[in-house]
Design a protein around this ligand. Structure first.
Ligand code: NAD
Ligand code: MG
Length: 393
């Protein structure tokens, strides 16, 4: 029997790759619902090809436009609008699999809805876990959901760990996340303030959305991934290490108590972790090119330079802080990255804003998701205020 899949954020880089894998397995998967913020043309094309029952648009004008175009094309997909609809399609019983591929904390409520409804939840949307932390994990446990990592590093770790999670803490010494080092790994440090949006969005190994591309250039992406790994695998922060591996062939490693290291390797193609998430514990074709070891360049490793990537260390700093600190860092970073993409602040000022917001934050008690969402809102306001102060005239 075919399994229904909902894709939250289907018009993004992960969404498009997910549909590519699904299209290779029409006997296994069918698309139940798709969602996007604004890109109606691509959504229309996806509706034509995959015939979902629902398409959710976040933007009212885009929703109206899509509705008209669907009608003109004689397609039966029903358009829904807004956040409530997003949560409804994430929890609908007709789709046992949900791909969370919205970017940012905006995806958290729908992730929680899927977790509470006991879905197989494929998590690309790392910010949702960084903000939700233990609250997110309790929703997964209570709902009986299965959380599967899509981030290539976390999929690699998941593939390198034993099947039984209760054995992890006894057997594992540490996990080592690899990082490409992004586009500025070798650029003169003194020229980082002049980095343009175009340069920051041009990743050497991966084609991704703009936010994660900027995060890769600052290595804030790796900082978020350290936090993500802490929650996904229940490791202590000091058991998580980061190493730069510019070729992106080893996607991450697990070191065991006896010093054995187990890793997952492959060409850099997000369809591999996506196919694994969709088919786990089985394996299905992903469409990716296999590694050719005879043609492989040498593999190199470097320690991240804290002067070049000052944001990386913030991960351990917030993990040592009170509950909610990871949400504050994420909110500050989302606002700062958007300000950089809008050309209102310089590249190096992203870190200035992240540190400024963390310093001014006074930890309230966190009881549940409402508290975390309130912290997210407050931290965003503080980051906006700092952005205005720094903004170019
Ligand atoms: P993207 O910008 O290409 O796509 C984002 C998707 O989310 C789009 O469909 C967009 O319409 C939708 N969206 C954006 N804001 C929204 C909002 N406020 N409400 C509802 N929908 C909204 O991003 P991406 O590169 O596909 O990344 C998606 C997530 O996956 C991110 O959390 C990213 O960190 C993670 N991720 C991406 C990659 C990659 O290779 N692209 C790799 C690992 C992890
Ligand atoms: Mg990653």
């Amino acid at each position: 029997m075919r399994q229904g899949v909902t894709i939250l954020g289907s018009t993004g880089s992960i969404g498009v790759n997910t549909l590519d894998v699904i299209a290779r397995h029409p006997d296994r998967f069918e698309v139940f619902a798709l969602s996007a913020a604004t890109r109606t043309e691509l959504m229309l094309e996806q509706c034509r090809k995959f015939q979902p029952i629902h398409a959710v648009m976040s933007d009212p004008q885009a929703a109206r436009q899509l509705e008209d175009q669907l009608r003109l094309s004689g397609l039966k997909t029903r358009v829904l609008l807004g956040d409530d609809a997003l949560q409804r399609i994430a929890a609908d019983e007709r789709a046992p699999i949900v791909m969370a591929a919205i970017v940012g904390a905006a995806g958290l409520p729908a992730c929680l809805a899927a977790a509470r409804a006991g879905k197989r939840l494929l998590l690309a949307n790392k910010e949702a876990l960084v903000v939700g932390g233990e609250v997110f994990l309790s929703a997964v446990r209570e709902g009986g959901a299965k959380l599967l990592p899509i981030d290539s590093e976390h999929s690699a770790i998941f593939q390198s760990l034993p099947d039984d999670p209760t054995t992890w803490s006894g057997r594992v010494e540490k996990i080592i996340l690899t990082a490409s080092g992004g586009p500025f790994r070798e650029r003169a440090l003194s020229s980082l303030p002049e980095v343009t949006v175009e340069q920051a969005c041009k990743h050497p190994n991966w084609v991704m959305g703009r936010k994660i591309s900027v995060d890769s250039a600052t290595m804030m992406n790796k900082a978020l991934e350290v936090i993500e790994a802490r929650y996904l695998f229940g490791m202590l922060p000091e058991q998580i290490e980061v190493v730069i591996h510019p070729q992106s062939i080893i996607h991450s490693l697990v070191q065991y108590r006896d010093t054995s290291v187990v890793a997952q390797l492959g060409t850099p193609d997000m369809r591999v972790p996506i196919a694994y998430g969709l088919s786990w514990p089985e394996r299905v074709a992903s469409g990716a090119r296999a590694l050719d070891f005879k043609a492989l360049p040498s593999m190199t490793f470097e320690v991240p330079d804290p002067q070049r990537f000052p944001g990386l260390d913030l991960a351990w700093q917030v993990l040592a802080g009170p509950v909610g600190s990871t949400a504050v860092l994420n909110a500050a970073n989302e606002v700062a990255v958007q300000a950089f993409l809008d050309r209102r602040i310089r590249f190096d000022q992203i870190h200035t804003i992240n540190c400024g917001v963390l310093q001014s934050w006074d930890a309230p008690r966190v009881g549940g998701i409402e508290d975390l969402l309130a912290i997210d809102t407050l931290a965003r306001a503080e980051a906006q205020a700092l952005t205005h102060k720094l903004a170019r005239p």
